[in-house]
Ligand binder design. Sequence first.
Ligand SMILES: CCCCCCCCCCCCC/C=C/C(=O)SCCNC(=O)CCNC(=O)[C@H](O)C(C)(C)COP(=O)(O)OP(=O)(O)OC[C@H]1O[C@@H](n2cnc3c(N)ncnc32)[C@H](O)[C@@H]1OP(=O)(O)O
Ligand SMILES: Cc1cc2nc3c(=O)[nH]c(=O)nc-3n(C[C@H](O)[C@H](O)[C@H](O)COP(=O)(O)OP(=O)(O)OC[C@H]3O[C@@H](n4cnc5c(N)ncnc54)[C@H](O)[C@@H]3O)c2cc1C
Length: 627
Amino acid sequence: MEGVDHLAHERNKSEFDVDAMKIVWAGSPHAFDVSDRISKLVASDPGFRKDNRSTLSRKELFKNTLRKAAYAWKTIVDLRLSEEEAAKLRFYVDEPAFTDLHWGMFIPAIKGQGTEEQQQKWLPLAYKMQIIGCYAQTELGHGSNVQGLETTATFDPQTDEFIIHSPTLTSSKWWPGGLGKVATHAIAYARLIVGGREHGVNGFIVQLRSLEDHSPLLGITVGDIGMKFGNGAYNTMDNGVLRFDHVRIPRNQMLMRVSQVTCEGKYKQSDVPRQLVYGTMVYVRQTIVADASCALSRAVCIATRYSAVRRQFGSQNGGPETQVIDYKTQQSRLFPLLASAYAFRFIGEWLKWLYADVTQRLQANDFSTLPEAHACTAGLKSLTTTATADGIEECRKLCGGHGYLCSSGLPELFAVYVPACTYEGDNTVLLLQVARFLMKTVSQLGSSKKPVGTIAYMTRVEHLMQCRCGVQRGFAELSVDLVEAAVAHCQLIVVSKFIEKLQQEIPGKGVKQQLEVLCNIYALFLLHKHQGDFLSTGCITPKHAALANDELRSLYSQVRPNAIALVDAFNYTDHYLGSILGCYDGNVYPKLYEAAWKDPLNESVVPDGYHQYIRPLLKQEIRTARL
Ligand SMILES: CCCCCCCCCCCCC/C=C/C(=O)SCCNC(=O)CCNC(=O)[C@H](O)C(C)(C)COP(=O)(O)OP(=O)(O)OC[C@H]1O[C@@H](n2cnc3c(N)ncnc32)[C@H](O)[C@@H]1OP(=O)(O)O
Ligand SMILES: Cc1cc2nc3c(=O)[nH]c(=O)nc-3n(C[C@H](O)[C@H](O)[C@H](O)COP(=O)(O)OP(=O)(O)OC[C@H]3O[C@@H](n4cnc5c(N)ncnc54)[C@H](O)[C@@H]3O)c2cc1C
């Protein structure tokens, strides 16, 4: 039944103002307006169609991505979209592409690590896309260990140039997105060598391809690294391999905000900390946290709508069967994910604020909050991406068999999302950074350096004061426990920032009450999941644990009538969701049926290969067949 809203009865049950919740989710009325307008613009333009990705070959898929990126750019220019609107457009086009790295890493790297002069030269070219950049840090042999990179940048005072070289196979750059087939330039990370002395890893702007015919420049070997996990999915991206054979670049193409090399061959270090060379990663980790809530909310929206449509068992007197969303077991798997989507939204918002704050301080040469910003971005990136990847897979299972169909949107979402647990820092490696920060803080307890911000609570934990002397010993031996401690620390940040959000004024009938229910679910679900730890450390009693479980059950019942409205508040178009199971009107079965017939396998009734392989089998002629 086209045009009928099969979820209308669910929408009528909701007890809060959905439009007001949409504003809370978007962050502000302005952000809602931009997001709403641009998502509809993309959804209504056939040029941004994406429902055929899983059936295209890699070459077709990639060419289609190039077309879409060019079309998106034309739309941005023709409609004179602002930077904010353009970023939203790329987001709603929803296809990983070289442009993510150009706007998301290449430009931020120049802004963060380039001098004023370098920014003036390179940024206008990059903003107009007259050059296209990528971020070439990882090598075949080293990704996590940035100090272990092998590419060299040796200063030649005779010519005032750097010689960029890949001395070994393992020094080949490997993975950078956009590098394989598109980027004209890279920020390449290499060990800086001046006058025979090494000065650590630094970034260099290196031109890779001709701006006339796109052919690789002298000394550059470059290509794509091959197919990745999943059909379609991240294969729209040209992750690349790159080797340098004594490639010469002018001296002023070393990014020189953190350290400089003069034409006489003198190395100078600014008074900014060396860690600023890692600044682009801090920036991107923060955007990844903000994106986690988008990916998780998308999966949750699909699973929630479908759970209200799907019925199994429980028919009485010939009446309808039970909606699967009414099963307590379904609720206990789904609603904590719904709560997590909201929790991650707010932690993403807070992290954006923290990042803006640290950036402002850095500009004023105040570096005091950098370690906390690094720990928060690293830890929250790890926590939210792990939970989101696991959450998407759980949503697929919550949709039963149909969740496994590409038309559910969930397999592709998982395949695109799961590398977020690895890129921008392997999640375990990042948690070890948080653990290092926590241990350093513990060792300083009782000194004049008082912990502030997200670690202020440490002074209130009696036990920590007692163990502060021994923390620098046995880090590696205790790393498994330390990683768990790092996760707990990050969860504490998420919960406390959710609670802080609720202390603000939140307009709209019933909106705050719904958020309170979700916040309680988020916190109590964690307590339930880790009750062993809480009980064994004496933080709670068995009675507390039982009470938490009772409360969770009651909270799930409170969410149930509002579940559909809570996912409607994400304001996702059917185009963005890309899921038959999650479509707004809930008209799932006719759409699934229709989609099946559009599969290329159904183009002919008798398949290609029948005469060659099936008929000889059936006729027992397999021995004489030419296979
Ligand atoms: C369709 C949607 C589009 C959305 C668009 C969004 C854009 C996003 C695009 C997403 C696409 C993703 C593309 C992926 C890109 C990449 O993956 S780029 C490569 C990323 N690589 C990594 O993340 C590598 C991870 N490794 C590291 O970060 C580091 O090497 C390390 C693990 C931190 C260790 O470094 P090392 O120098 O050995 O450090 P330590 O000795 O451990 O520490 C020294 C001190 O420095 C401090 N520190 C470390 N890192 C930072 C930092 N980033 N900032 C500030 N400080 C840092 C560390 O804490 C130590 O401090 P002290 O203890 O005080 O000494
Ligand atoms: C889709 C995708 C896109 C990417 N895009 C880019 C890009 O644009 N530019 C770029 O430069 N790079 C890019 N990368 C590379 C990415 O940043 C690295 O893969 C990532 O940093 C992890 O490093 P690694 O591959 O060396 O993992 P490894 O460090 O080799 O990890 C392997 C295992 O070892 C463990 N491990 C490693 N070190 C430690 C330790 N000290 N203690 C305990 N365990 C440890 C890890 O936890 C992991 O389980 C991309 C990667 C992917 C998958």
